[in-house]
Design a protein around this ligand. Structure first.
Ligand code: PEP
Ligand code: MG
Length: 572
């Protein structure tokens, strides 16, 4: 058995096809006609751009705009005048052949990106190598590996899959993907998830053992791979795979159903998104709205701030696609683990306790907060947009943000620009202070959304990204559970809506407790919606009171989690 990183859920069983890029031999040659060589490079660049555009269009049609963005990123690199200018300069200055100049310059950029301490830039390094090889292949007339024509039942095995290779994959034929390199957020992993192909990445030394035609099991949920498994394992996993596929198929019956318990308690299951393109999956999996739009993603992957108009267009497009369903848009939450290099924010000693989210926005009203609030208000004329303030710790922050919203409303009135005058304003409850003050805060806002990802870290004083202390980071810890329960009852008492948009909202072991506590809205990644709706439709809130009482009587996270596992098993 090989262990790796679970990059795309599901189980795939098939035959190994090792996909190796043809090793290109790039040698330096001296060129007599430099002008002709520059033309040869320009023609190759042109061809590569055309190919990339075609791949982007194909991906957009087959899978959606979000996936096509990866190829559009390649276009941006190919259109970058400093990259192409440097290649031309090398050809001219050193009478060098085009493929060698491409090799030198692209490698230099790739190394620069790879050395940066940021996953986004490291991904750029992979993208840079991808476009380098594609330009060189055009220059040398070498055909690319045609993953589109691989036979049915193929498990693709590669050192690393380039985004352009992954983009050519036909999900009807490829049943699994195994790579030696890559991470959960690498573009290939994102594409594998979008195509719902089970994938395990970062499997060390797999290519040393695997041969074409070997039978292989890819368990993308657990992150394990079995090469030439014994019959016993093969049979076990064949059953597991069939069960998984049957369950996914069966979940489709929950499309179009209400999220309502057996005893008639109606809740809402909505989605977390990061970009307008994510709405496609929300509609596919029948989300009842958007419970968290993380707007910081609009600010990432670019080198300047999106303008008020750009933001307005993004918010408006989400509101329009959701056709009147609620769309909760969180104002900018940067700082902490989310950095935006061009914003000129000094590195904090202690980023999660530092200059982050609402703290930063209230400090930078003119260039950051006001344009965002104006964009949100303007877009609110096109749907049920609600504004959510992140990382609140004290009432002054709520009051100041609400005051600014009123100021922006008056500005829009003066300019005769339409907006929803009754726009709802709520807060993320995700700090210990907000939890303790929930009764007071509930009187100041229209809704709460509990951010368990942060609430857990702030309650347990445990950095959410630190592996070494991850044993402390559990939403099942009684301290966190008490906090959640209290926040929900304060909201219920004040008569305001209370949702949850942290990962705990879609945890099958947590949902029964949250229902019993009285949570109104569950916000999660779109692919988890139907599974959660099934759990809710099969529960009865009244019956869960005893489960809640028992769970809340334990004093350790482990006991609570074990008990909830037993309970969930007993009702399945
Ligand atoms: C949270 O903290 O639970 C949350 C949803 O926000 P983020 O993960 O973006 O901090
Ligand atoms: Mg948070």
């Amino acid at each position: 058995m090989f262990k790796g990183t679970n990059a795309s859920a599901g189980i795939g069983i098939g035959s190994v096809v090792i996909v190796e890029e043809t090793k290109l031999v790039i040698e330096q040659r001296s060129i007599a006609n430099v002008a002709a060589e520059v033309d040869r490079f320009k023609a190759a660049l042109d061809q590569t751009m055309k190919d990339t555009e075609a791949m982007a269009a194909d991906l957009a049609e087959r899978m959606g705009e979000k996936e096509a963005e990866i190829m559009q990123g390649h276009m941006m690199l190919l259109m970058d005048p400093s990259l192409t200018g440097e290649i031309e300069n090398q050809i001219k200055g050193e009478s060098m052949n085009a493929e060698m100049a491409v090799e030198n310059v692209c490698n230099m950029y790739a190394e620069m990106f790879a050395s940066m301490d940021n996953e986004m830039f490291q991904q750029r390094a992979t993208d840079m190598k991808d476009i380098k090889v594609r330009m060189q292949k055009v220059l040398l007339g070498v055909e690319s590996v045609d993953v589109a024509s691989l036979p049915s039942g193929t498990v693709l095995v590669a050192k690393d899959l380039t985004p352009s290779m992954t983009a050519g994959i036909n999900p009807q034929k490829i049943v699994g993907i195994v790579t030696e390199l890559g991470g959960k957020t690498s573009h290939s992993a994102i594409l594998a998830r979008a195509m719902e192909i089970p994938a395990v990445v970062a499997v060390a030394d797999f290519l040393k053992e695997a041969k074409n035609g070997d039978t292989v099991i890819v368990d993308g949920s657990e992150g394990v791979v079995y090469l030439s498994p014994e019959d016993k394992v093969l049979n076990e996993y064949t059953d597991k795979r069939d069960k998984y596929l049957k369950e996914r198929k069966e979940l489709e019956q929950y499309i179009g159903k209400e999220s309502i318990t057996k005893d008639g308690v109606k809740v809402e299951i909505v989605a977390n998104i990061g970009k307008p393109a994510d709405v496609e999956k929300v509609l596919q999996y029948d989300g009842e709205g958007v419970g968290l739009f993380r707007t910081e993603f609009l600010f990432m992957d670019r080198d300047s701030m999106p303008t008020e108009d750009e933001q307005y267009e993004a918010y408006k497009s989400v509101a329009e696609s959701l056709k009147g369903k609620p769309v909760i848009i969180r104002t900018l939450d940067i700082g902490g683990d989310k950095e935006i290099p061009y914003m000129g924010i000094a590195k904090d000693e202690n980023p999660f306790l530092g200059y982050r989210a609402i703290r930063l926005c209230l400090d930078r009203k003119d260039d950051i907060y006001k344009p965002q609030l104006r964009a949100l208000l303007r877009a609110s004329a096109y749907g049920d947009i609600r504004i959510m303030i992140p990382m609140v710790t004290c009432i002054d922050e709520i009051r100041e943000a609400k005051h600014l919203i009123e100021e922006m409303k008056m500005e829009l009135d003066r300019q005769n620009i339409p907006y929803n005058k009754d726009i709802k304003v709520g807060i993320m409850v995700e700090t210990a202070a907000a939890s303790l003050m929930a009764d007071v805060f509930a009187k100041e806002v229209d809704f709460f959304s509990i951010g368990t990802n942060d609430l857990t870290q702030y309650t347990m004083s445990c950095d959410r990204g630190n592996e070494q202390i991850s044993y402390l980071y559990s939403t099942f810890n009684p301290a966190v559970l008490r906090s959640i329960k209290r926040i929900i009852s304060c909201a219920n008492e004040a008569g305001i809506m209370v949702g949850m948009c942290g990962e705990a909202a879609s945890d099958p072991l947590m949902i029964p407790l949250l229902l019993s506590f009285g949570l109104n809205e569950f916000s999660m990644s779109a692919s988890a919606i139907l599974q959660s709706r099934k759990i809710i439709c099969n529960s009865s809130k009244a019956d869960l009171k005893a489960v809640e009482d028992k769970a809340m009587s334990f004093v350790t996270a482990k006991e609570v989690e074990e008990y909830m596992k037993e309970y969930v098993k007993s009702v399945q």
